[in-house]
Design a protein around this ligand. Structure first.
Ligand code: PXP
Length: 242
């Protein structure tokens, strides 16, 4: 089974917010992503609501039929409240600061073990699958397993950066982290800077990969290729081998 494709629609909300109206319509785009073959929709609400707004998250949750994944930092009380109210299929915990441009590091699962264990128990008690965003580091994977999380999401920016020059070495840490995840019984997701250029090599060589969430490159590709075609191309990239 190829990994599932969850489309991150934050960029659609950013475009809408730039004019203050409702164009493009975030809900309609999400429903169309599903119609075009996305296996899930991801949003990453931030406290300043500069991309997805909290009200978008409630609206989306009432209409989506595929897996809804909400990413964010549980240290924001408002985020925890939102996720527990919406009860998405999955919550992905990300240790980003509110004003960060985008996520740029994973959790220190050893230093934050007690905190993460507590948060994960709260989300799991509400029936929500949990994932925590980490760097491709075996010690962090082992630490993640101790928190009780269902899955981890490997932060793939380092892979994407190194891919054009040395894709073999770019992948090495990720292969080890993925093997460790399987050994300790964690489900595996991945995301950040994945694109049509680097996706097949990653997905076909990381065993047990369940889901990727992709936003920036996919939405940028859609400007040239159209959203339906782009989603189909990403799905195909996940099914190919390289
Ligand atoms: N995963 C996480 C935790 C993220 O924060 C983001 C960006 O919001 C992504 C995946 C998707 O990254 P990109 O937009 O580069 O595809």
């Amino acid at each position: 089974m190829p990994a599932k494709l969850s489309v991150n629609i934050n960029k659609i909300a950013t475009l809408r917010n730039s004019r203050g109206g409702n164009v493009p319509n975030v809900l309609q785009v999400a429903l169309d992503c599903e119609r075009f073959g996305a296996d899930g929709i991801t949003v990453h609400p931030r406290p300043d609501e500069r991309h997805i707004r909290y009200t978008d998250v409630y609206t989306l949750s009432q209409h989506l039929t595929t897996e809804f994944n909400i990413e964010g930092n549980p240290k924001e009380a408002k985020f925890v409240e939102l996720v527990l109210a919406v009860k998405p299929a999955q919550v992905t915990l990300v240790p980003d600061a509110g004003n960060q441009l985008t996520s740029d590091h994973g959790w220190d699962t050893l230093a934050e073990r007690a905190y993460l264990t507590d948060m994960i128990a709260r989300f799991k008690a509400a029936g929500i699958r949990t994932s925590i965003f980490i760097d491709p580091n075996e010690a962090m994977v082992e630490g993640a397993a101790l928190t009780g999380t269902d899955r981890i999401e490997l932060y793939t920016e380092a892979y994407a950066q190194q891919y054009p020059n040395d894709r073999v070495n770019a992948l090495a840490h990720f292969i080890k982290a993925a093997e460790k995840a399987q050994e300790v019984g964690l489900g595996l997701n991945a995301g950040h800077d994945l694109s049509l250029h680097n996706l097949t090599y990653f997905a076909s060589r990381i065993s047990g990969l369940l889901e990727v969430s992709i936003g920036h490159a996919l939405i940028a590709d859609a400007l040239y290729l159209g959203l339906e075609n782009t989603i189909q191309l990403y799905k195909r990239a996940l099914a190919l081998h390289e």
